[in-house]
Design a protein around this ligand. Sequence first.
Ligand code: B12
Length: 319
Amino acid sequence: MTSIIDFSDEPRYTIKAVSVQTGIRPVTLRAWERRHDLLSPHRSDNRYRLYSERDVAILRWIKSRVDGGISISNAVVELRQMTRSGIWPDAVPAAPSRTLSQPKATPETYTHWLYDALINHNEERASEIMRELHASFDLITIFIRILSPTLIAIGEAWYRGEIRITTEHYASNFLRAKLMSLLQAYPTRRNAPYIQLGCAPTEQHELGSLMMAVLLRSEGYRVEYLGPDLPIEDLVDYASYEFPNMIVMTASTELSAFEMRRLKEKLDQLTPAPLLAYAGSAFDHNPKVQSMVPGLYLGENFEDAIETISELLQEKELA
Ligand code: B12
């Protein structure tokens, strides 16, 4: 038997990859980390958690104890007592699960390939790349390390006059369609906490919001994606009979963010009032815009935002 201490402690896996390997949902992983001080995964440069082989082995061991009927707090105490006296438990063999296949290339190389396929309007190749990405990487890696840099490179090429606006539109519409079909591939859970997402009035940049909608659905939430340029009155009216638990709005310009300054006041008149949160580049690194719009700013990191949303919804449930 291999002991858990024999596994590498080099940071490697994102939370999604660990979730696939262990069968523990990301929300639960974060809750165990927060409430029981179970692990402190390394944080990458962009603040995403990275877990080691040893972390995965620890989680498998803890899960086997919990599955066996022991409470999570007792399992953690048990592990701590053992490790304190220098004994590490034997590793629990991995249960068969959906494993991601070995990627053909790094996320950076895939970014180049996708950029080339899109600026050459090569839809077949771009679709093939998307299929490979889904087979080999978790959603956070695909969104943050491949799709976002591809979009930024396209925006810069357009800004420098190297590609036409038609090409930029073609590329963002291609990615929008892929994100929509990903969103629709997840089941809609009627009984899970209900989150509506969309973009501020005049706002057309919707891909960040759409990515977040996919991530939240993959976490098991009931998610409705409402699209770009939402009129505030209509949004409030819709919320008044749909009763979402939370509304998440995005804005990339001060102007569109400013359009939302009365939204919280209006939503607070509903019973029950939904939670309101914001994100998007208008707020990122701009405290003036953050303070101008009442509501909670989620930050620019998708993983942290998911955690904040999970905490807020739990608090709301307890209230
Ligand atoms: C695609 C695109 C468009 C598309 C959008 C299509 C669509 N369906 O979304 C279209 C063609 C509509 C468009 C229009 C315009 N665009 Co444009 N666009 C882009 C481009 C190429 C990519 C944007 C994108 O989707 N990025 C991917 C997302 C994921 O990244 P992000 O938005 O930066 O978000 C980050 C964070 O804010 C956060 N985040 C975002 N959303 C959310 C949500 C949650 C919940 C959380 C937690 C986090 C989060 O995550 C991201 C990663 O950190 C950028 C280039 C660039 N450098 O970004 C230009 C860019 C943003 N656009 C720009 C401009 C100027 C415009 C126009 C004004 C052009 C014009 N003259 O008409 C219009 C504005 C329209 C409007 N009123 O909104 C400028 C903005 C400059 C500035 N800082 O003011 C950019 C930077 C291009 C450039 N180099 O000049 N655009």
